[in-house]
Design a protein around this ligand. Structure first.
Ligand SMILES: CCCCC/C=C\C/C=C\C/C=C\C/C=C\CCCC(=O)SCCNC(=O)CCNC(=O)[C@H](O)C(C)(C)COP(=O)(O)OP(=O)(O)OC[C@H]1O[C@@H](n2cnc3c(N)ncnc32)[C@H](O)[C@@H]1OP(=O)(O)O
Length: 240
């Protein structure tokens, strides 16, 4: 297990070296530029396999894609930029609309999608609408280390929040995390693949109660359990 993780890390470092070299080269050739709001952002879907995905992650991805064929499950696409958050509720609740639409946030991107392939959060979420549950397949890369060789608890919490956020947003629309409660039961080896099973337990007015368990690929190891409370944003209120 440790050997395969080390080999994985080594190939990721090699990949990173090549990418950084290429990035430096292109930076040398091109004048520095920012993405302006008038430019069309490329809405790439990041919840698809890339070369950094391990065999386990690809295998699970294929299994869930098969489950999507009869329509009981669906894969949730994921983009980096604000296209995920175009909900009117968000616009009115949050910031000055000029900031959201304008140059101020042109460089903003989803925290979990801000790493180069394989170095941070690699994940895809599948939704089962009838059962009000989601499954998140997650591979935590080497930049997410906490205790040497293991995934940082904050990275696990982040992914639980993302998995919960999706599960809650499907039923509730524009929601925000009000409470997260996590029990970390076993340390997670870096570069391993986790399966986060989330479900919506209760919807009570604007409150959405969710819970999850975080398991190994073979489901035998229970790494964490968590509950969360999400609140549907009230468009009549503002965030400030
Ligand atoms: C975020 C999801 C995006 C969804 C967008 C849509 C589609 C996108 C699709 C997928 C999304 C995919 C992934 C999502 C990715 C990442 C998730 C990141 C999520 C975050 O990173 S998010 C940042 C951290 N999060 C905050 O920064 C919240 C700060 N906070 C507040 O902004 C307010 O606090 C707020 C808005 C939560 C509520 O404020 P409010 O004024 O609207 O509501 P109010 O206070 O009246 O509470 C109403 C009822 O909830 C009860 N209640 C409230 N809080 C409670 C608590 N903690 N414990 C127990 N009960 C609580 C009250 O007691 C009352 O209960 P009752 O009605 O029974 O009296």
């Amino acid at each position: 297990m440790l050997r395969s993780c080390t080999a994985g890390l080594r190939s990721l470092w090699a990949l990173r070296g090549r990418r950084e070299g290429a990035a430096r080269l292109s930076a040398d050739l091109q004048p520095a530029r920012r993405l302006f709001s008038t430019e069309k952002a490329v809405h790439k879907d990041w919840a698809l396999p890339n070369p950094s995905w391990s065999k386990d992650l690809k295998l699970l991805f294929d299994q869930f894609m098969k489950k999507c064929e009869d329509g009981s499950w669906e894969r949730l696409p994921s983009c980096k930029h604000t296209c995920t958050y175009k909900s009117e509720d968000f616009k009115t609740y949050f910031l000055d609309p000029q900031l959201v639409e304008g140059e101020g946030l042109s460089q903003a991107q989803l925290f979990t999608r801000g790493f180069e392939d394989g170095l941070g959060f690699e994940y895809v979420i599948f939704n089962n609408n009838d059962e009000k549950r989601t499954v998140c397949l997650f591979q935590g890369g080497p930049y997410l280390q906490g205790i040497p060789g293991f995934l940082h608890g904050g990275a696990i919490a982040t992914m639980i929040d993302v998995a919960f956020g999706s599960c809650a947003a499907i039923s509730g629309g524009a929601v925000m995390t009000a409470n997260l409660n996590i029990n970390f039961k076993r340390p997670v080896p870096l570069c391993s693949v986790l399966v986060i099973h989330s479900q919506l337990d209760k919807l009570e007015g604007r409150k959405l109660f969710v819970s999850c368990n975080v398991r190994s690929v073979d489901e035998k190891t229970l790494y964490s359990e968590a509950t969360g409370l999400f609140i549907k944003l009230d468009p009549k209120k503002s965030s400030t």
